[in-house]
Ligand binder design. Sequence first.
Ligand code: 3PG
Length: 207
Amino acid sequence: NVDALTPVMTGQKVIPVIVLDNADDAVPLARALVAGGLPAVEITLRTAAALESIKRVAAEVPDAIVGAGTILNGANFDEAVAAGSKFIVSPGLTPELVSAADGHDVPLLPGSVTSSEIMKALEAGYTHLKFFPAEQAGGAAYLKSCASVFGQVKFCPTGGVSVKNANDYLSLPNVLCVGGSWVAPKDMVAAGDWDGITALAKAAAEI
Ligand code: 3PG
């Protein structure tokens, strides 16, 4: 469902990748990111607090576009959608995930790195892909090479992306946005430094 994914990937240059240990932080964090100009946020299913966090942001922060990340299987997909996720992000793509996402209004952004993975994603109907772990898998130079072969594919690189190297990716024709955790650092979340996070979001939104 590319039509539903395009606004998320083109509306802002940076999608915050969020890991939350405490669901009580979800709403103030999402508000801080929205205030800084980053309404689309990806809450990763890496912690026990993730689904509750998605639920609360979906219910209490109408200006946020809450998505779920680190979706590893069909059950993850279903529970993330049930919690209110507006988009779903996975580091990869499996047949199980393809069937879970099939026909859903909630769009899936699956991950691919190698040529065969990209071709399998294309076969399954996915032209918009996550590229993870971006820096370790070959960085912007790798994606630049992909552009000539896979001209129809648009990427969101994540993993090791920061304010320092984001532009290396964003200047490529096949990159729509980047994802990263640097706009929601664990220590600032734990300290409740929401103004500091809004400032990081503003800096990211202006890249
Ligand atoms: C992801 O899931 O996209 C990455 O864990 C984000 O990577 P980062 O922490 O290096 O930004």
